[in-house]
Design a protein. Structure first.
Length: 466
């Protein structure tokens, strides 16, 4: 066990809290019991002395004949003396029969008062609590009685009580220690497992699994680490795939550019028509290369928040119609119908029109590109707080496992087909970033083999009605 580990720290904290409660509790229990027990003993001695004096004050008690009986009945040490303070009879070794009691005690009793005090036997060293009361007849002092109660009984009882408290505290401490170790290990075990798992993930072993079943915060943390591992693994795979794709995308146009440029340089063409054909290939590949580079830079700026928006009053319906016109020709070439229904009451919104049109065109172009037959349906309606635009196609759809990652910058669904269409795999990532900058939202629903629907929502707040 590490001295600076969580098990030691947690265990130490619990034990400190335990003893901070247990020790004061034991101390106050001892004090309270001592106070209560002593009070009871003193009260009993007082009551006993009062009863004995009442008995001795009876008319039939002219002599001190009851002493033996009183001593046996009371169970206490008694000293009886006459009006001169001379001890008549006693059971205390220090008080001799015929000797006087201390003058200060006699003086108190002669005035009809009683006294209570602690007393130590000089011969035995025993401690007593004594109560002295006068014997009065017709308001005349005729002697007195002193009752002795051993304080050693109290000390003996308290000693047994303290032993019991100490043993109870030791037992409780052992139970607390066992409970602390159990709880500490129970709480720290999943944390230690998570630490090992995160270190494995940090070493690049992203397939590390977290086998923890718990419904508390620790279980949530374990699930979060597991999700992070899955996301990092997916990110690493997509990054490798993206780099391979970019490498391919760059290598292909560069190869064409270099190859056809060399043909033109060395005049390896038959006529002007062939020369124009070579030039067209060079131009096409240059455009493709420029688009790839532009997409990369644009996405990078969006993710870093360095893109500037030009906010103005925007007619979303007009932008949507314009975007549909752009893809109409390509849709006709593929014999794909485009149906659209745009609410004529759509309000103007304060936004970046160029960026909205970029999003709409990208969604429509994808819908046409990935639909072999059927149609593309577009609707635009106004809801309570946003304008809702749906772009739905009857294409191949997206596999279920690809749907959560469709807006990732490194993700392609149909890789080879995307390259054939001139795609870079960055279009939807750019769409997602633009929508986020415009404080809107975009979601996708797809059923593989039946089609896909993208739902775009643009906020109505800051609506400009002028």
């Amino acid at each position: 066990m590490k001295w600076n580990g969580i098990v030691f720290k947690l265990g130490t904290t619990i034990m400190i809290l335990f003893f901070s409660v247990l020790l004061p509790l034991g101390f106050f229990t001892d004090r309270i019991f001592l106070s209560v027990y002593s009070t009871q003993v003193y009260q009993k001695v007082n009551d006993l002395s009062r009863e004995l004096v009442n008995i001795l004050n009876e008319p039939s008690a002219r002599e001190f004949d009851y002493y033996e009986k009183l001593s046996k009945v009371s169970g206490k040490e008694l000293v009886l003396f006459d009006e001169q303070g001379t001890i008549v009879t006693n059971s205390m070794m220090e008080f001799k029969k015929g000797e006087p009691i201390p003058r200060d005690l006699l003086h108190i009793l002669e005035h009809g008062q009683h006294f209570e005090r602690n007393y130590v036997d000089n011969e035995t060293g025993a401690s007593f609590f004594i109560v002295g009361r006068p014997l009065m007849k017709n308001e005349t002092f005729h002697g007195g009685l002193i009752v002795f109660s051993s304080i050693d009984e109290i000390h003996s009882t308290m000693h047994r009580l303290r032993n019991w408290i100490v043993m109870s505290m030791i037992g409780a401490a052992l139970l607390a220690l066992g409970f602390t170790l159990f709880v500490s290990r129970k709480l720290s075990s999943p944390l230690i497992k998570m630490e090992k798992a995160t270190r494995e993930i940090a070493r690049g072993r992203l397939d590390t699994q977290m086998q923890l079943k718990s419904n508390d915060e620790v279980g949530s943390l374990a699930q979060a680490i597991h999700d992070l591992s899955v996301e990092l693994n997916h990110y690493r795979k997509n990054r490798s795939e993206f780099l391979a794709n970019i490498s391919h995308e760059l290598r292909t146009p560069i190869s064409y550019l270099r190859g056809y440029a060399q043909l033109i340089k060395h005049h390896r063409y038959q006529d002007k028509e062939e020369l124009e054909s070579y030039s067209a290939v060079i131009e096409s590949e240059a455009i493709r290369l420029a688009k790839l580079i532009d997409d990369l830079f644009e996405l990078s700026k969006m993710e870093e928040g360095r893109i500037q928006l030009y906010m103005q009053a925007v007619d979303v319906g007009e932008l949507l119609e314009h975007s549909i016109q752009k893809v109409t020709l390509k849709a006709k070439e593929k014999n794909i119908g485009i149906e659209y229904e745009i609410d004529q009451e759509l309000p103007l919104i304060y936004s970046d029109g160029a960026r909205i049109e970029q999003v709409l065109f990208n969604l429509l172009e994808n819908a046409v590109n990935y639909t072999e037959e059927g149609k593309v349906t577009v609707t635009a309606t106004q809801a309570a707080e946003h304008i809702s635009i749906s772009v739905k196609d009857t294409g191949n759809g997206i596999p279920e496992e690809d749907v959560p990652f469709i807006f990732d910058r490194f993700h392609r669904v149909e890789k080879s087909r995307s390259r054939e269409m001139g795609g870079t795999g960055l279009g939807l990532a750019i769409v997602y970033e633009i929508v986020k900058l415009l404080q809107g939202s975009i979601t996708v629903k797809s059923e593989y083999g039946k089609g896909t629907e993208f739902l775009l929502k643009l906020p109505l707040k800051n609506t400009d009605n002028s």
